[in-house]
Design a protein around this ligand. Structure first.
Ligand SMILES: *[C@@H]1O[C@H](CO)[C@@H](O)[C@H](O)[C@H]1NC(C)=O
Ligand SMILES: *[C@@H]1O[C@H](CO)[C@@H](O)[C@H](O)[C@H]1NC(C)=O
Length: 411
C-alpha cells in the first residue's frame, strides 16, 4: 500500500492530467458498471463549495492527481440536534449530493439553494467546465440529486423549511438544464428549518429505480418519537415527466430511519434502503419490505449509505460510526441478508464512512474524518475480488474537511 504521506503530497501538487482517455462526450448507452472508472468526485461542502476530482489509473486506484473546482454556490451543514453544532461528519444527512449523467457532473449547493452542472472533459476527468450559472431551486437546503439517462431528467431533494422534490430536463442537444419545476411537497410535512436540524426528520436521498421509470425519495423518521417512522415515496415517470403526486408513500414495516439507497439491478423496481437504526432492507415495487426481513448489522452505529455492485451482485453499505464495509445480499427471493464485514482498521484510522460508489472490482468510500477524534478526511478503496482495503488516501491537502459529502464516478 502506498504511503499516506507520499500520496497526500502528490494530491497537493494538483498536477494536470495528461493521459488521453476514451471519450464519453455524449450520453450514450447506459454504463454497465462492470469496468473501471476514470475519476471519483466528491464535494467539500465548505462555505465556497467545491468539487474535488481525483483521477483513477487503469488499475482502478487513485493516481494521486486531483483537482478542486469551485461550484459557484455555497455549501452548508445541517445542525446536529444532539449537540446544536454544525453536523460533521455527515454534514448533509444525505446520500448522493453529487451525481454523474454521461459527461455532466451535477451537484447541490445546500447553502445557496442551487444546483451546479459541469461538463467533464472527455480527455481529462479532472477538468470541469461550468455549463451554465447555478440553477435556482424552488426548495431550500438541497442535499441529494438523481439523474435519469433514459429520460434526460434531473431531480433534487430539499430538506430545509421548503422540503420536497423538484425536477428538470436536460436538453439533449445543448446539455443545458431547464428551470426546475414546482416543488412536490410531502403529504406529511417535516416542519424543518434552514439549515435543518437532524439527522431525524430529514430527506435522505432521491434515486431512480433500475428501469428508470420511477423516482423514489427516502425520508428519515425520528427514533426518539413514538410512531414517527420515516417513509419512502415513489413517483412514476409518465411521458418523460415525473408525476406531481407519488403512486404511494409508505412507512415500511419495521423501518424507522430510512437513509441512503441504491437500485437493485434486474428491472423489478426494487431498491435496497439502509436504515440507520439497524441496517438495510429491500423495498419492492409495491413499497413493501421484501421477504418481510430486515438485514440487521451486528455492532452497527448508523448504517446510512448503500451502493450495488454489478460485479458482486450484492449491496455494500457504510456506517458513519464504524470503520468497515458491510456486504448485504439483495438478489434472492428472501430479501436483504448480511453476508460479510470488511474491517478497514488495519490500513486506516477512519472514524466511519459516508458516501460510496462502486464499479468494476472496486468500492470507493469517503471518510470525512472527525477533528475531535484526530482523524482527517480520506478516501478508502476496497477490492471486491480480495475483499480487502487496497488503498487509503488522505485528502485534506486538496481542501476537504469534515463537511465533505458525496461520491460519484466518471467513465
Ligand atoms: C409537523 O407539524 C404538523 C402540524 O403541527 C404535525 O402534525 C406533524 O406531526 C409535524 N411533523 C413533524 C415531523 O414534526
Ligand atoms: C492510526 O493511528 C495510530 C495512532 O495514532 C498510528 O500509530 C497508526 O499509524 C495509524 N494508522 C494508519 C493506517 O494511519
Amino acid at each position: 500500500m502506498p504511503s499516506l504521506a507520499s500520496l497526500a503530497v502528490a494530491l497537493l501538487g494538483l498536477l494536470p492530467a495528461i493521459t488521453a482517455l476514451p471519450s464519453n462526450a455524449h450520453l450514450g448507452p447506459r454504463q454497465s458498471r462492470l469496468r473501471n472508472a476514470r475519476a471519483i468526485y466528491f464535494l467539500t461542502n465548505n462555505e465556497d463549495n467545491a468539487v474535488i476530482a481525483a483521477e483513477l489509473g487503469p488499475d482502478g486506484l487513485l493516481t494521486g492527481r486531483a483537482s478542486s473546482s469551485l461550484t459557484g454556490g455555497l455549501g452548508g451543514s445541517g445542525i446536529d440536534a444532539a449537540t446544536n453544532l454544525p453536523a460533521a461528519p455527515d454534514s448533509l444527512f444525505s446520500q448522493s449530493a453529487i451525481t454523474v449523467l454521461g459527461n455532466l457532473l451535477l451537484l447541490v449547493n445546500p447553502g445557496s439553494n442551487t444546483l451546479t452542472s459541469f461538463t467533464i472533459s472527455p480527455t481529462s476527468p479532472l477538468s470541469l467546465t461550468p455549463l451554465q450559472t447555478p440553477l435556482a431551486l424552488p426548495g431550500s437546503f438541497p442535499v441529494t440529486v438523481a439523474a435519469s439517462r433514459r429520460h434526460g431528467l434531473v431531480c433534487v431533494g430539499t430538506t430545509g423549511s421548503l422540503a420536497g422534490v423538484t425536477c428538470t430536463r436536460v436538453d439533449p442537444a445543448t446539455r443545458l438544464l431547464s428551470r426546475f419545476d414546482t416543488l412536490r411537497a410531502f403529504a406529511s410535512p417535516l416542519n424543518q428549518t434552514d439549515p435543518p436540524r437532524g439527522p431525524a426528520n430529514t430527506v435522505s436521498q432521491v434515486l431512480f429505480d433500475d428501469a428508470e421509470d420511477r423516482l423514489l425519495v427516502t425520508v428519515k423518521g425520528d427514533p426518539g418519537v413514538e410512531g414517527r417512522n420515516g417513509f419512502v415515496a415513489a413517483y412514476e415517470v409518465v411521458g418523460g415527466v415525473v408525476a406531481r403526486e407519488p403512486v404511494w408513500t409508505t412507512s415500511p414495516e419495521g423501518t424507522k430511519v430510512l437513509f441512503g439507497a441504491a437500485a437493485v439491478p434486474g428491472g423489478a423496481g426494487e431498491v435496497v434502503v439502509t436504515d440507520a437504526s439497524f441496517g438495510a432492507v429491500v423495498i419492492g415495487r409495491d413499497g413493501g419490505v421484501k421477504g418481510g426481513v430486515r438485514a440487521e448489522v451486528d455492532g452497527q452505529v448508523a448504517t446510512c449509505w448503500a451502493a450495488v455492485s454489478r460485479v458482486s451482485g450484492t449491496a455494500w453499505v457504510t456506517d458513519v460510526g464504524r470503520n468497515r464495509l458491510v456486504e448485504v445480499g439483495v438478489a434472492g427471493e428472501d430479501g436483504a441478508k448480511v453476508l460479510g464485514v470488511i474491517d478497514l482498521s488495519g490500513g486506516s484510522n477512519n472514524t466511519g464512512l459516508v458516501d460510496l460508489a462502486t464499479t468494476g472490482d472496486f468500492v470507493y468510500m469517503l471518510s470525512p474524518g472527525d477533528d475531535k477524534a484526530g482523524s482527517g478526511p480520506a478516501v478508502s478503496v476496497v477490492s471486491i475480488k480480495t475483499r480487502e482495503l487496497v488503498q487509503h488516501v488522505e485528502v485534506a491537502a486538496v481542501g476537504a474537511d469534515g463537511s465533505a459529502m458525496g461520491m460519484a464516478l466518471a467513465f
